[in-house]
Design a protein around this ligand. Sequence first.
Ligand code: PLP
Length: 399
Amino acid sequence: MSLELSKKGLLVKPSSTLAITAKAKELRAKGLDVVGFGAGEPDFNTPDNINATAIKAIQDGFTKYTAAAGTPELRKAISNKFKTVNHLNYEPDQVIVSNGGKHALTNIFEAILNPGDEVIIPTPFWLSYPEIVKLEDGVPVFVRCDASQNYKITPEQLAAACTEKTKAFVLNSPNNPTGMVYSKAELEALAKVIVEKDIYVISDEIYEYLTYDGEQMVSIGSLNDEILAHTITCNGMAKGYAMTGWRIGYTGAPKAVAKVMASIQSHQTSNPNSVAQMASLEAITGPQESVGIMRQEFDRRRLYMFDRISKMPHVSTICPRGAFYVFVDISKALELSYNGKKIETCAEFARILIEEYLTAVIPCADFGFADHIRLSYAISIEQIEKGLNRIEEFLNKLQ
Ligand code: PLP
């Protein structure tokens, strides 16, 4: 034997978004005034009613193991929410509560993938999808979706990417990093292909409450019974309720899939945190006003960001309709020089911005688009204004 590490583990890339965030933290610790557009989490506090419920749960001694797939009350509440909000018919035994959306996705892929199975991932993508697929012995298959198609996959592209090995297709609407939202008509066209090819669609709906301009997220599984039988819906408390640290995600799946997921979870992690489950029950069943208040504030920032960036030189963007990100095309800037040196890569673009302009942005090579950056507007409007001024100053110096 040797002390060699697993091939699978070595294949996984560390998260580049966390690396930029770490750099920003390091500079802040030195007392520097850094603006961070890297955040992947709401800057709001978890609403008071949710916090109070968690405190009471601790005081009441709700601190023991629960059922591995989640408490019956929470699974029932999620099933109700799926039915009333998303028009998805998942019974409580089709609901699995996990330790965050990432864990839900990991369980899903573990439940459905055999070695070599292909998973179609429209590009750009949230950077964890391919890494999780690889960890679960799958093969990510990337399909490039350009700005001219609003970064959304077309049914023709999906059909063309399917092979005999295709097991699943990952759909993320509202989308990280693009902020795009698929319309009902677009989903209907994709659903036809999914049913025809007899593959799963993993619908990641974690940004469901963050839509703007009258846009509403449509759950692909709500379209008809045939597509529901092919749909695994993944969601979580993190983004809509400002609960990133509580680590609760959930899945609605066909019965057979849910059963396997529950078995896997029962050995790997057991139940998600009992107190966080109680807090999530309150989030889902309690007053919903705070969700609307957060969305309104995000909307105000989104419009400001879009307006400012649209007027900047050497970059372009499409108005986002969901989530809290602006996806910026910097391909023209990458052809230019800064202080006599060509920039060339988005990582270099981001490095100059953080080191010389104290502004953190996410270079999107690991999101599959090496000539784009992602800016999050989960920071105050004052910070946004300051950061955009700095980016503009930098862009104005490119030649
Ligand atoms: N899905 C998408 C598209 C995300 O952006 C994230 C987090 O950034 C997640 C899932 C996972 O969320 P969490 O594991 O924090 O619940």
